[in-house]
Design a protein. Structure first.
Length: 330
């Protein structure tokens, strides 16, 4: 059977779409899509307990070391020495994102059908949340001079709870000393177990470990076992729990000898480190009326200006309740 003939070109003066480009409606979806992520596993897991001053302080009580001291019958009391609480502090940092939208843009028809100024304020708030996650999980020490900087979680590290690689050093558990990574090394489950045991030995029970996507991906390979890794694969359980700790769509649960850790990938935390966390011993401390507050600025012309503000700090009540596997190749 013969194929149908190929038709000829349109007749002269036929009115076609290219020639009518100025009169044909555009096909623009009435929604503005966004792919940039805004999950913040660490900050989202914290209790918010407000600060009252830009320098917020708290006391950490420790106990005398356990000892075996038999006492004589009929002894005369000798007063045991008191342990003075340690006074710790952190500094409130100001986070800000601003926006300005022209009067015209606020009144023309744009996709999404909402006020562009309000939409931009929402976006600035999401960006501010990501900024806070980056700083809170960071390795920058506190600074009281303006512009103030709060101490990130890594600066509360202690030598007993930190694996840093050969030649590296941990912090001094007070927000004044950053971790200095040593020779880079590949992650091992033994390193995670060492840190978790140290936290348990200090009296805490860690439940959360946050890490970059690269480390999270590498962690999964450690479940394969074999001669190079004696930890059996059953220690890692794939799970998608719903509840208080549902931070991502799915998380891994790693069962150590000293508790179960939920492994959460964090897009905004520093690379090459795992932070093992006991959420009960850390708080986000915003100043009053400074917790992700939106406000409109003064009119300076034919535009609307606004900003989103957070001012607060991280209150790490017991530094030994946290551990770090730092200086990784991953």
């Amino acid at each position: 059977m013969a194929s149908p003939p190929t038709m000829g070109a349109a007749p002269t003066n036929t009115y076609t779409q290219p020639g009518a480009s100025g009169t044909v409606r555009e096909d623009l979806a009435n929604i503005i899509w966004r792919i940039d992520p805004d999950e913040t596993p660490f900050v989202s897991s914290l209790q918010r307990v407000g600060a009252k001053q830009i320098l917020t302080e708290w006391l950490l009580q420790t106990l005398n070391t356990a000892q075996d001291v038999p006492q004589p019958e009929g002894f005369t009391a000798v007063i045991s020495p008191a342990v003075k609480p340690a006074r710790l502090s952190n500094v409130c940092q100001i986070f800000a994102r601003t926006v300005a939208v022209s009067g015209t843009l606020r009144n023309v028809d744009i996709p999404g059908g909402e006020d562009e100024y309000n939409r931009q304020l929402v976006l600035r708030g999401l960006e501010l949340k990501r900024d806070l996650e980056l700083v809170a999980t960071g390795n920058v020490v506190k600074a009281a001079t303006d512009p103030r900087h709060m101490a990130g979680l890594q600066t509360w590290s202690a030598a007993a709870n930190t694996v840093v690689g050969a030649g590296g050093t941990a912090g001094t558990a007070d927000g004044t000393t950053a971790i200095v990574p040593g020779t880079a090394y590949d992650l091992t489950l033994n390193a995670v177990n060492t840190v978790t045991q140290a936290i348990w030995q200090a009296g805490a029970k860690p439940t959360l470990a946050i890490m970059s996507g690269n480390i999270k991906n590498y962690f999964a390979t450690l479940a394969q076992g074999g001669t190079a890794n004696p930890i059996v694969a059953q220690n890692i359980v794939q799970a998608s729990p719903e509840g208080e700790m549902t931070i991502q769509g799915s998380v891994d649960v790693y069962r150590t000898n000293f508790g179960t850790l939920q492994l959460a990938p964090d897009r905004f935390m520093p690379a090459h480190v795992i932070e093992v966390i006991t959420p009960d011993y850390v708080e986000l401390a915003p100043l009053p009326n400074r917790d992700m507050v939106q406000s409109q600025l003064a009119v300076t012309g034919d535009n609307t200006q606004g900003m989103c503000i957070f001012e607060g700090t991280l209150r790490v009540m017991a530094p030994l309740a946290f551990g770090f596997v730092a200086g990784l190749n991953q």
